[in-house]
Design a protein around this ligand. Structure first.
Ligand SMILES: Cc1ncc(COP(=O)(O)O)c(C=O)c1O
Length: 192
């Protein structure tokens, strides 16, 4: 529960921006942060440097993800992480001699952050208007949002979008024809 400056109560069901799921004033977190601050309050990881807490956390995360020997690259925010993702992709494909592989397909109405690169990935006009974002330099292509309520095409059934949105990305027309064909086959299959 949170209170605003007029004492109005809010049920904070979003957990901040999805990052306070352990709650506010969590004593365990306060103790851990305060112990760490008294031990080593700051140290960077720039230019190949590191520190024990960073190593321990990276190893823990690496063990948790379903990739063998995963490497961990820390960022300061979600936006920063998405910028880094773009840089890593560019770097990788340049390194293996495929610089032409740089396009990124993003969804309309998606949210990926607010820095220059991550706002370019984001599919919301409010994050684009008047910012002169470098969409084409970043190789950004857009496809439909998954939502049916806001983004369905005329005549599209909700089940069509639910079933097929994740399977393919194509023009609205191709989507509609393709999904109808699959739906018809599915209905035949269920009916037979
Ligand atoms: C899916 C997603 N990507 C990126 C971000 C951006 O993260 P940040 O606000 O830490 O820059 C958010 C933030 O809410 C997000 O929900």
């Amino acid at each position: 529960m949170l209170f605003d400056n007029k004492g109005k109560k809010y049920l904070e069901a979003m957990s901040g921006l999805w990052c306070t799921s352990l709650g506010y004033n969590n004593q365990e977190l306060i103790d851990a942060a305060s112990q760490q601050l008294s031990k080593l309050s700051y140290s960077h990881m720039f230019g190949g440097k590191t520190h024990q807490v960073g190593i321990d956390l990276a190893e823990k995360i690496s063990d948790m993800v379903p990739t063998k020997d995963a490497k961990v690259f820390f960022g300061n925010s979600g936006s920063d992480a998405n910028d880094t993702n773009i840089k890593l992709l560019r770097y990788y494909f340049n390194a293996i001699g495929k610089p032409q592989k740089y396009k990124i397909i993003v969804r309309e109405r998606s949210y990926h952050g607010v820095t220059v690169a991550s706002a370019s990935l984001t599919g919301l006009p409010v994050n684009h208007t008047n910012f002169d974002l470098p969409f084409s330099a970043l190789g950004i292509l857009r496809t439909d949002a998954t939502q049916y309520y806001h983004c369905s095409h005329v005549g599209e059934l909700e089940v069509e979008r639910l079933l097929f949105m994740r399977i393919y990305s194509a023009s609205p027309c191709a989507q509609s024809i393709f999904s109808r064909l699959i739906l018809i086959s599915l209905l035949h299959f269920i009916g037979s």
